[in-house]
Design a protein around this ligand. Structure first.
Ligand code: HEM
Length: 545
């Protein structure tokens, strides 16, 4: 449990102080509220305005140029929601076009408080940066569906359970979750996570000896693709040895999904346009490649399971030769179409690859900037592992390293924003009214970095999570810490991902010392996760455990 230590008080109670500008009379921006319309008298953000080039210039998706904000405000003339409208400026659009939607969302939180309305193309979003409202929305699945996320990523996930709704989602989630049982996780640690991490450090030896810079973001992306390939399909992409086109394809597809969520016109719904617009052609090719890869893996595995007449005989069933999730699902003999199985597994492949890779990237970045934390993590790894590879039983002893990962996920949550759509009219905590069909963005990034929610919110302080306490999660932090979301649609791979990240990081810091290449600007952009804009270059040197 995340608790307040005597030196670093970790969490402040966020409620009711940040609950509502209406209750507190507005935030430091001096926004006051005209209760009749519910619209604040338009405070101007202190951003430098760029010369108006009409809609943000430069192509791509446009979010909230001035005219859209005015439009939203005029529509909101009769709005009694009590939600202030963010006065977005062209300056912010460049951030958005650069691909980091969550950065201006943070700026606007500081101006308008923890709930505001943002015009985004023809849509408007209610942006939420408050744990109590996040809890309300995420727990009330049914009242709030995935909505826009499903719309813009259906081209990739098809009917996969990561975006399916209602009965289909219930049935498929129930079918897949049992595959991730404890015995499976322990086998993965020993057979897959440790081995892949050791392969990574082996591969990096020559760069470590020559001192040439290595893009660790790319390396972690390769590592996590190899891990998820083996764990889900028992297939070795071997992307650590050769360039895997699948990595590029997954990134292209996720970037397309994000772009679709802010496109002014959903032109990609028109088949003819999909066939002639280069961005759409590229996205379609990426999806074809990913689907073909998954289909081939399923066909091969099906043949083996049929030939052997294999059938699941216990809850924590594992085939020793092939402990993959695919094998478990086929042996379980659930009635499921090939397409559905493909889309479910593709959901796991995509959801489990970039996310864990990004967690490793940002944790390494944070450790490279904090030598005391790094030494402490390395000392712990040396003490617990005594120079050998991590095993499942070791993980609970790697307490400090694990807290470094939690703290990294607090500062860099993946994805930084969760999206939901209200299915019915509702009142949010703080008495904000939302209509049916309202799109809501829960900015996890804002909640995790809000100074109203966390002490020294912008600092990397792994020990803010009590070393002897239980792991922080949405329940014991009351939705102040939600890197895996919360409620019924919470991540199914949270334990898997944590184990994978702990093992990979433990092996890496055990075998390598590393330094950030100087004069690098580490900036953020997004696909579905937070990426660096230009990579994370480190120089490495071999380390004797
Ligand atoms: C550190 C790594 C990871 C992070 C930060 C992460 C984060 C998340 C989050 C925030 C959600 C919920 C999205 C929402 O509420 O809209 C989610 C859902 C999901 N995640 Fe993860 N995830 C990670 C790793 C994984 C792994 C390794 C797998 C598979 C083995 C996985 C499979 C899924 C699936 C299938 C869903 C959809 C669940 C549903 O809708 O029922 N994730 N993940």
């Amino acid at each position: 449990m995340a608790s307040c230590s005597s030196t670093v008080p970790s969490l402040r109670h966020p409620f009711p102080r940040i609950l509502s500008p209406r209750l507190s009379g507005g935030r430091s921006s001096g926004v006051s509220f005209c209760l009749g319309s519910g619209i604040p008298p338009s405070p101007s953000p202190p951003s430098k305005e760029k010369p108006s080039g009409g809609g943000g210039g430069g192509g791509g998706s446009w979010v909230s140029p001035d005219w859209l904000t005015s439009l939203a405000r005029s529509f909101a003339g009769k709005d009694e929601s009590g939600i202030p409208v963010a006065n977005a400026k062209l300056d912010d659009i460049s951030d958005l076009l650069g691909g980091a939607l969550f950065l201006p969302l943070f700026k606007w939180m500081e101006l308008y408080g923890p709930v505001y309305r943002l015009a985004a193309g023809p849509r408007n979003f209610v942006v939420v940066s408050n744990p109590a409202i996040a809890k309300h929305v995420l727990r009330n699945y049914g009242k709030y569906a995935k909505g826009l996320v499903a719309e813009v990523s259906e081209f990739l996930f098809g009917s996969g359970f990561a975006i399916a709704e209602g009965q289909l989602w219930t049935v498929r989630r129930r079918a897949v979750v049992p595959a991730l049982h404890k015995r499976y996780l322990s086998v993965m640690v020993d057979k897959v996570f440790s081995k892949c991490a050791l392969r990574l450090v082996e591969k990096l030896k020559s760069e470590a000896l020559s001192g040439s810079p290595v893009n660790m973001e790319a390396k972690f992306s390769q590592l996590t693709l190899d891990v998820i390939g083996l764990s889900v399909f028992n297939y070795n992409f071997d992307s650590l040895s050769s360039d895997s086109p699948v990595i590029e394809a997954v990134y292209t597809a996720l970037k397309e999904a994000e772009a679709r969520s802010t496109d002014i016109l959903p032109y990609w719904k028109i088949e003819f346009l999909r066939r002639i617009i280069p961005r759409q052609i590229k996205a379609e090719e990426a999806v074809i490649l990913i689907r073909k890869t998954v289909e081939e893996l399923i066909t091969k595995c099906k043949e083996i399971v049929e030939a052997e007449g294999e059938q699941l005989d216990e809850e924590d069933y594992i085939n020793d030769g092939d402990p993959s999730i695919l094998r478990f699902l086929l042996a379980s003999r659930e009635e499921v179409s090939s397409t559905q199985l493909r889309d479910d597994l593709l959901s796991m492949l995509v959801a489990g690859h970039e996310t864990t890779g990004s967690v490793l990237t940002w944790t390494l970045y944070l450790l490279s900037k904090d030598s005391a934390a790094l030494s402490r993590a390395q000392d712990e790894v040396d003490r617990v592992l005594q120079g050998r590879a991590p095993r499942y039983e070791d993980i609970k002893e790697l307490k400090y390293l694990t807290r470094c990962i939690y703290e990294s996920m607090r500062l860099y949550p993946h994805p930084p924003v969760l999206i939901r759509r209200a299915q019915v009219e509702d009142i949010l905590p703080g008495d904000y009214k939302v209509g049916a069909g309202q799109d809501i963005m829960i900015s996890v990034y804002n909640i995790h970095r809000s100074s109203e929610v966390w002490d020294r919110a912008e600092e990397f302080i792994p020990e803010r999570f009590d070393l002897e306490g239980s792991a922080p999660n949405e329940t014991n932090t009351d939705f102040r810490f939600i890197p895996f979301s919360g409620g019924p649609r919470k991540c199914v791979g949270d334990q898997f991902a944590l184990l994978e990240a702990i093992v990979a990081l433990a092996v890496f810091v055990q075998h390598m010392d590393f330094k950030l290449v100087p004069d690098q600007k580490i900036l953020m952009t997004t696909g579905a996760t937070i990426h660096t804009t230009n990579g994370l270059y480190m120089t490495l040197s071999p380390r004797k455990p």
